[in-house]
Design a protein around this ligand. Structure first.
Ligand code: HEC
Length: 158
């Protein structure tokens, strides 16, 4: 291999490594618009890491993830307030296209709303926020969101 090629390969590698670790979306609380800090260690799957870097939810349209998300949606009692197909019950419908918090039309926005809650009756559900060692993990939340989106027309990745 020529010296030049080794050089190019080496620097491409450094570039990829750097962009991977520094690229990350900025989460914002739905309650007051301030910065929402979430422990990066909790983003421990391919889909969760991809979401942290880009805001895109890879589970949208994924049948397995939607099935799992539906189970978790029931387990965390979302059903009681938002109905079995997320079309609303005591709480509002979640399939859009109109939302009380317009950013919930995006997966990043909906993630922030569910993770840290709202001021109008939705408690924070993110890991460590209800009790220190329990709560919805990022990967789980992405699958719950995939289930919610599967009941409507918008994907949130638009
Ligand atoms: C105790 C009832 C209750 C439970 C349980 C609950 N929610 Fe909610 N949720 C609400 C209410 C009430 C609102 C409206 C909040 C507001 O107006 O600020 C809301 C709002 C939301 C919104 C924002 C909707 C919009 O139009 O912007 C999302 C998304 C949401 N909930 C998802 C969930 C998910 C997912 C779960 C389960 C992990 C869940 N909620 C569990 C009562 C509940």
């Amino acid at each position: 291999m020529s010296k030049n090629l080794v050089f190019v390969l080496f620097f491409s590698f450094i570039l990829v490594a750097c962009s991977d670790s520094s690229q990350s979306i900025h989460f914002i609380k739905t309650t007051d618009g301030s910065t929402l800090n979430i422990d990066r260690e909790l983003f421990d799957t391919v889909a969760a890491k991809h979401f942290l870097a880009t805001g895109e939810n890879l589970y949208i349209g994924d049948a397995e993830a939607i099935k799992y998300g539906k189970k978790r949606y029931n387990l965390w009692s979302c059903t009681q307030c938002h109905g079995p197909t997320a079309k609303g019950q005591v709480g509002p419908g979640l399939i859009g296209p109109d939302f009380k918090y317009p950013k919930d039309a995006t997966n990043k926005g909906m993630f922030e709303t569910i993770w840290a809650g709202t001021n109008g009756g939705m408690g924070a559900k993110g890991f460590g926020l209800m009790v220190p060692d329990d709560g919805i993990t990022p990967d789980e939340l992405l699958q719950i969101i995939a289930f919610i989106r599967s009941n409507g027309k918008i994907t949130g990745n638009e």
